[in-house]
Design a protein around this ligand. Structure first.
Ligand code: SF4
Length: 244
């Protein structure tokens, strides 16, 4: 019988070698994420040895987040709510998830479920060969990486480079990435960017928009910082400190 969640992979992080796991959720129950949409399969990249909130607080999350400046142990503005991810982690550690098999990959193919590559954690921590059967079965995906300076360049075809300034955008675009720039609410877009479609019109969701799917002739994307007020405030302070 089809389960809602599966372990897609366990192994050593390509970022720092620590043991990590990739969990997929959403095969049975819809996601309540208003931005990505209810049909999208979500993927969670977790450190195997630490509860997510603990790892984030103490900076034990390099294996899944790399050197992302938004980490809670850095500027503290990662928009991901870690409490539900603690529950996924605990169920994983208690042996509550089966391993993903070809049957579930066929479900992805048959129903063309879109997949979010890295709902939490940087997709490039997991070998591309683990993702490729999922990507090719679904054919619809979105994904982002803060690890674009170090990641295998083959990732450019699937992921957006997450950036936080115009100069970073140009650097990544010059290396062949499409970019996703997080901006302050009053920041102007550059000529080759459009605003995230969901921010423009909340009826549009990632599962049908799919603009954030890596290298193509589509425009680069920018989105206004969002999340809890204190996280937004930390992000704005970070932007200010990096503009000096
Ligand atoms: S531009 Fe589209 S795919 Fe990208 S984050 Fe916004 S709604 Fe999702």
């Amino acid at each position: 019988m089809l389960q809602n969640s599966y372990i897609a992979w366990e192994g050593n992080s390509l970022i720092d070698g620590s043991p990590i796991a990739l969990i997929l959720t959403g095969f049975v129950f819809p996601s309540f994420n208003k931005k990505t949409g209810s049909q999208m399969i979500q993927s969670w990249i977790l450190q195997q040895e630490f509860v997510p909130t603990h790892a984030a607080k103490l900076g034990l999350d390099t294996g899944i987040c790399g050197n992302c400046p938004l980490k809670m142990s850095e500027i503290g503005s990662c928009y991901v709510n870690l409490l539900p991810i603690n529950n996924i982690y605990r169920k994983y550690k208690s042996g509550g998830y089966p391993k993903l098999c070809n049957n579930e990959i066929e479900v992805l193919r048959r129903y063309s479920y879109p997949i979010r590559l890295g709902s939490y954690g940087d997709p490039t921590a997991v070998p591309l060969k683990v993702w490729e059967p999922l990507i090719s079965a679904s054919e619809k995906y979105t994904g982002y990486t803060h690890n674009w300076r170090e990641a295998n360049s083959l990732w450019k075809q699937y992921l957006m480079a997450s950036v936080h300034s115009i100069s970073e955008s140009f650097e990544a675009q010059n290396q062949g990435w499409r970019t996703f720039r997080i901006i302050a609410p009053d920041t102007l877009l550059s000529d080759n960017e459009i605003l995230c479609r969901h921010t423009e019109d909340e009826r549009i969701q990632c599962e049908t928009c799919l603009l954030c799917d890596g290298k193509s002739s589509k425009p680069n994307i920018a989105d206004k910082v969002h999340g809890l007020n204190w996280k937004i405030s930390n992000f704005l302070k970070y932007l200010e400190s990096t503009s000096n």
